[in-house]
Ligand binder design. Structure first.
Ligand code: PCD
Length: 806
């Protein structure tokens, strides 16, 4: 009996490498409640810290009396700005080049701002002590409306920088002005507009929302005074950046700081920045010499750490009568709240808003952004979008719709007419980005054919007639969005954080028996990196994915990286992983050549082994080569098999997609039902199709949330109205529509495995798609642009304004 050698294809399948719907290995612990989150960290003698927060949005602090709180048994310390001042820690630097009060210094600038930090034996005593801290406030006039921020008599918010008329991004025009950022060809754009046949202009507001991950922001700081070492566990999307920041602001040497991000219960951009809670926990631990834990509650999370959006975008398109777009002009008024704590790469005060020309070929464009201070929480994070890309895509995808209406043209046709064509890639967009690859017409056609676009339009027309005749109270909307994302920040030539270039890294070690440990500078918050990075290595090195352990989040062991956000892990650390694996493979080839007594060039790679060309029975498997590397390396070659790569990507990656939403709205109740949602994504080479599908489902669900209900609102006194899940819409399985996913594959030409990011795409494409569906439904009633969020109450109001209600 002869045993049949498995074929190459059979061996490849066993590896569970790229392209395989490998089950998520991390889910074994997550689904059994065995994850290890920050709140699971329990250390001997650990104390608990909590904040006294401002009840006012803008007020002077006349006095803070901590004596009653300090007298409460179980209270160890109450810190105020006065305690931090001598340490120069009452302000901390923000990623946007501003400073932010760690504890309010003489005045408060938004409701729920941190005023004092109570450290007690447990969270219950801390909660009681908070009530005992007496703060005497003198209310000041409140500024909520960003459009009023730069009026001559607008209240002065930032007294700490009132004489500083130049900020991190140039001149400030007013005491509430943060920056003006301009990009593009202003003169050329203005000239084109001046002679354009059609100018279509609208103001689109992208309301204030919050990433609201299920696990809030939290940390445990533990200072070992004997060793002079600080260990900081925290919900950090970018652990190494946190280590550097802590070192810079505390003066502790960076090698004596151990930052550990254990399992994270969702990030969505919320866990990129540095917050007062981290600083206060660290200071308290240094002062008291025991570990201190800080855990936000839901209200604190929603109302103080990192909001997203709050962009007011005046968007204009210049076009010919037959729908050729000639130019885009956009002005954004950006409400950044009380401190400019936007999490963007340093040079980009408005993130990558300059991707706002979208998927369309136009010769010129101009973008200007003014950032202003208001009495609201600071932040401005990329809640599931790569630095303001969701805003940019919302602007262009709404603008395309309103232009189509003005031209009385079908909006799908208008898109197709203006698409950047496949042969134009790499395509230099008018606001400076070079799109790497794309095939937009193909994706659009596939999507339109699948949903039966033209039949849908016919059905909609019939429904509109029926509505006008009074036969139905239901209207139908067809939402389209065609988006181009920009992910993978990024090339060091244009992206850094606090001066550190935005590369990322991977370190791979092969053990003697052929199993592997690999570490990256990124940090999964649920994305499934333990599963997918192993798949890249499996395919590159011919080692089964199950034999590869992926570790992230410990700054002592992982190579330096800039973390996970902006869908950058695949474009950066994913690339580093492939490159590091290829270094190992090159060394393995030298070992194989030595063992098989041939030249390296006489070998060929076959899934998991090197074979001698023309002598297929002579080969060495990766497993054998691993052993040999420790046991009998060729002379002059150092033993072992490991490699590190720090990958500075040559360009971003530009995933894209075509989304369609079919919606039915009852005009009398304002209830909108999503009948069908179809999402076609192109993220280049697909590492794990099942994970991609999960990413798309998650991103679409958050898009549904944002478009259809989520909002952090403020009243005129600056009271925050959306700070609990009673008011802030977090959809459950009950409300969430069914998602239909599809794909095309246009590899990235510069990425080692051709992959682009995907995690944020569905959110970026999803929000305008929902909003376009709603707007499309009401368009035949001449509703004009309807602002998000489109919850039932607001849509009911639209019906009222249009006089539809009987
Ligand atoms: N992938 C594949 N393929 C491709 C791509 C990708 O497979 N081509 C996959 C990977 O591997 C992973 C994922 O998928 O796993 C994703 O990826 P990406 O795209 O690269 O990304 P990443 O970096 O990793 O991540 C990030 C993202 C973000 S950004 C967000 S928001 C969100 C997302 O992610 N988040 C989250 N998703 C998620 N999921 C979960 N679960 N959780 C969470 O938290 Mo930002 O900026 O932060 O805002």
């Amino acid at each position: 009996q002869t045993t049949v050698e498995p074929t190459s294809a059979e061996r490849a399948e066993k590896l569970q490498g790229m392209g395989c719907k490998r089950k998520r290995v991390e889910d074994i612990r997550f689904t059994q409640g065995k994850g290890n989150y920050v709140d699971d960290v329990k250390l001997p003698g650990m104390l608990f810290g909590d904040f006294v927060r401002s009840s006012h949005a803008h007020a002077r602090i006349k006095s803070i009396d901590t004596s009653k709180a300090k007298a409460l048994p179980g209270v160890f310390a109450v810190l105020t700005a006065a305690d931090l001042k001598p340490l120069n820690l009452h302000y901390m630097p923000t990623l946007a080049g501003d400073v932010q009060a760690v504890l309010a210094d003489e005045k408060v600038l938004f409701q729920n701002q941190e005023v004092a930090f109570v450290v007690a034996k447990d969270r219950y005593v801390a909660a009681d002590a908070i009530e005992l801290v007496e703060v005497d406030y003198e209310p000041l006039p409140v500024l909520v409306d960003p459009f009023k921020a730069m009026e001559p008599d607008a209240p002065l918010l930032r007294e700490d920088i009132k004489d500083k008329m130049t900020g991190a991004h140039g001149a400030r025009k007013h005491h509430n002005h943060i920056f003006r950022w301009e990009i593009g060809d202003k003169e050329g754009t203005d000239a084109t507009f001046a002679k354009a046949e059609v100018v279509s202009k609208d103001m689109f507001t992208y309301h204030r929302v919050h990433p609201s991950p299920l696990e809030t922001c939290q940390c445990v700081a533990s200072m070992d005074k004997i060793k002079g070492e600080l260990t900081l566990w925290g919900t950090f999307q970018a652990p190494h950046v946190i280590r550097t920041v802590v070192s810079l602001i505390s003066g502790l040497p960076e090698h004596k700081i151990h930052v550990i991000a254990p399992d994270i219960g969702g990030g969505f951009g919320n866990k990129v920045g540095a917050y007062s809670g981290y600083v206060c926990a660290v200071v308290a631990s240094i002062v008291l010499g025991v570990p201190v834990k800080w855990v936000e509650d839901r209200m604190e999370n929603l109302s103080t750490t990192s909001f997203a959006r709050d962009y007011h975008m005046t968007t204009e398109l210049a076009a010919t009568k037959d729908g050729k777009i000639l130019a885009m002009r956009c002005h954004v008024l950006a409400d950044h709240g009380a401190f400019d704590a936007c999490a963007d790469p340093s040079k980009w005060p408005a993130g990558f808003m300059n991707i706002c020309t979208g998927s369309y070929d136009m010769p010129v464009a101009h973008l200007a952004v003014d950032g202003v201070y208001t009495n609201k929480a600071s932040g401005g994070v990329a809640y599931r979008c790569s630095f303001r890309v969701t805003e940019a895509v919302y602007a262009i995808e709404r603008a395309i719709e309103t232009l189509a209406q003005r031209l009385e043209m079908d909006s799908a046709d208008l898109r197709i007419k203006n698409f950047i064509q496949p042969e134009q890639f790499p395509y230099m967009a008018p606001l400076g980005w070079e799109y790497d690859s794309g095939n937009y017409p193909l994706a659009m056609k596939k999507a339109m054919d699948t949903v039966g676009y033209h039949q849908l339009r016919a059905e909609q027309k019939a429904k509109q007639e029926a509505f006008k005749r009074g036969e139905t109270r239901e209207i139908m909307g067809i939402g389209i969005s065609f988006f181009t994302e920009i992910v993978g920040a990024g090339p060091s030539k244009n992206c850094d954080i606090l001066g550190v270039s935005m590369f990322d890294s991977a370190e791979i070690r092969i053990h003697p028996t052929g199993s592997v440990i690999a570490r990256m500078g990124t940090k999964s918050q649920g994305q499934g990196h333990e599963t997918t990075y192993a798949q890249i290595i499996a395919t590159e090195l011919g080692i089964p994915a199950d034999d590869i352990m992926i570790e992230e989040g410990n700054t002592d062991t992982a190579p330096y990286g800039l973390g996970t956000y902006g869908s950058r892990s695949t474009p950066t650390a994913g690339a580093a992983t492939a490159v590091a694996a290829r270094k190992i493979k090159a060394k393995a080839q030298m070992i194989a050549a030595h063992m098989l007594e041939v030249h390296e060039g006489d070998l060929e790679w076959d899934v998991d082994r090197f074979r001698v060309k023309g002598l297929p029975e002579k080969f060495k498997t990766m497993k054998e080569l691993a052993w040999a590397s420790y046991n009998s390396p060729p002379p002059n070659l150092e033993p072992g098999l490991e490699a590190v790569n720090y990958y500075d990507p040559p360009n971003m990656t530009y995933p894209f997609g075509a989304y369609f939403c079919i919606m039915d709205i009852d005009v009398d109740t304002g209830v909108a039902k999503t009948r069908r949602f179809y999402a076609l994504d192109d993220c280049g080479t697909r590492i794990n199709p099942m994970i991609i599908e999960g990413q798309v489902h998650g991103g679409l669900t958050e898009a549904f949330a944002v478009a259809m209900g989520q909002e952090i609102r403020y009243d005129e006194q600056g009271n925050v109205l959306g700070a609990s899940f009673m008011d802030f819409f977090l959809p459950t399985a009950v409300e969430t529509p069914k998602w239909e996913t599809d794909y095309t594959v246009t590899p990235s030409p510069h990425h080692p495995i051709g992959a682009k990011g995907v995690g944020e795409s569905p959110h970026v494409g999803g929000v305008p798609c929902f909003s376009n569906a709603v707007n499309d439904a009401y368009a035949f009633l001449n509703a004009g642009h309807i602002q998000m969020p489109h919850d039932a109450w607001r849509l009911w109001k639209v019906g009222e304004q249009l006089g539809l209600h009987v």
